[in-house]
Ligand binder design. Structure first.
Ligand code: ADP
Ligand code: GN1
Ligand code: MG
Length: 371
């Protein structure tokens, strides 16, 4: 990670003054595919320590970082007030954006990169993989509750930071273009996967079509509801805080549900190479469905609830097309750590789609049980 301006960025924030101490560690942190994340550790006299998360935002992907930060500050302040009203701890229940020494919400460095800092939420854990059904259920309640807490947030005040982010029909067109214009040698490695994706064109627009007809509501959604975007309390293992708010935008609740399922209810990692290890775990699907509906507490319409399985399938399908499109066009979007990494990721997503198709009746039955 080439971050030569990191010291310049650190100096812009009141990190050391916050604890009257000195910075003793700055190291790469987390497993995100987009931004560069660092952990900062400050040591104060008397062994008191304070940690921060510093992030350099990906400017190739986030074309308007100032609008993005405006969304983030607006939403986190709103959540903070709601938590205070509910008598909960606003420093642990939501992300908080630390202002620069000049009172801004971000720092723009001399190379035109944007940086931001969050106080580290202590005594928390972040899971890359579901460890127990209960944790996954808790994460579902938290994501459902996030949806509910933002139900009255004025949607129209949010900027659409990435247009058509979860518009599977538009992602399908991008994918077709990637197949036409991408690397031919890579395409020959992925013939089967390309055919799989192209053959499902008629399903891509199902949810956005219903939105356009007014049959599904536009909501404030998170849009990146992977399990590793939630922090759990280290002692109680209760879900504590939803993080990674870059893509909070107007969207469909079904895609939030679906993203959690494709990531957390899979029996394999997102980049597992042995596809025999990848399938939809129906027990986890059930735990998440139950928790999400409880967390939403009646705020979803009957139509939304009935379409939850479609949200899961389309999200895995869309994500697979995004990974595969990126593989075909040279891996410029998602960070990769090995050869064919994005192809491996696409394969797991399409394996999940196929598995969901074979378990469709059971997925519907589970949703009916909790509606
Ligand atoms: P990315 O967009 O790269 O996924 P995230 O915002 O999800 O970045 O942060 C990466 C990781 O950093 C998270 O998975 C989590 O482990 C950790 N993290 C982020 N913010 C905080 C915070 N305020 N407190 C504690 N850990 C955090
Ligand atoms: C990216 O940054 P991260 O890893 O939380 C991506 C998501 C994908 C996800 C796949 C802004 O999320 O849309 O679903 O990778 N974020 C963006 O793991 O494109
Ligand atoms: Mg993340």
């Amino acid at each position: 990670m080439n971050c030569e301006r990191i010291d310049e960025a650190i100096a812009a924030f009141p990190i050391e003054t916050a604890v009257n101490g000195s910075l003793v560690e700055k190291s790469p942190y987390g497993n995100g595919h987009i931004n560069d994340t660092f952990l900062l550790r400050c040591q104060a006299p008397g062994h008191h320590e304070k940690r921060f998360i510093l992030q350099r935002m990906n400017r190739h992907i986030f074309k308007n970082p100032e609008q993005l930060m405006e969304n983030m500050v607006h939403v986190t302040k709103y959540l903070r007030n709601s938590l205070i009203c509910q008598g909960k701890d606003p420093d642990r229940g939501t992300l908080n954006v630390l202002q620069t020494r000049d009172g801004a919400d971000w720092y723009l460095d001399g190379a035109q990169d944007y940086w931001r800092v969050f106080p580290f939420i202590e005594k928390s854990v972040c899971l890359e993989k579901v460890e127990s059904e209960k944790d996954f259920y808790d994460s579902a309640v938290a994501f459902g509750n996030f949806q509910k807490m933002l139900a009255d947030f004025p949607v129209s005040t949010l900027h659409e930071v990435i247009p058509n982010f979860h518009n599977t029909a538009s992602r399908f067109r991008d994918f077709q273009k990637a197949v036409q214009e991408g690397d031919k040698e890579r395409a020959s490695l992925a013939e089967k996967e390309i055919a799989f994706a192209l053959s499902r064109e008629n399903e891509a627009g199902i949810l956005t079509g219903l939105l356009a007809k007014g049959e599904l509501p536009l909501r404030v959604t998170h849009n990146d509801t992977k399990l590793n975007n939630i922090l759990f309390d280290a002692d109680t293992h209760k879900a504590l805080c939803i993080i990674d708010l870059d893509t909070v935008m107007p969207g469909l609740s079904l895609y939030d549900f679906g993203d959690s399922i494709r990531f957390g209810a899979s029996t394999g990692a997102e980049d597992e190479q042995d596809l025999s290890k990848v399938e939809l775990d129906l027990a986890l699907f059930e735990a998440f469905t139950k928790g999400y509906l409880e967390g939403c507490a009646g705020s979803l319409t009957e139509k939304e609830v009935g379409l939850l399985p479609m949200g899961a399938k389309l999200m895995a399908y869309e994500c697979g097309m995004r990974f595969l499109g990126d593989f075909l066009t040279g891996d410029h979007y998602f960070k990769i750590h090995r050869e064919n990494h994005n192809l491996d990721r696409a394969r797991t997503q399409f394996k999940l789609v196929a598995d969901m198709e074979s378990k469709w009746g059971e997925m519907i039955r589970i949703v009916q049980k909790y509606k």
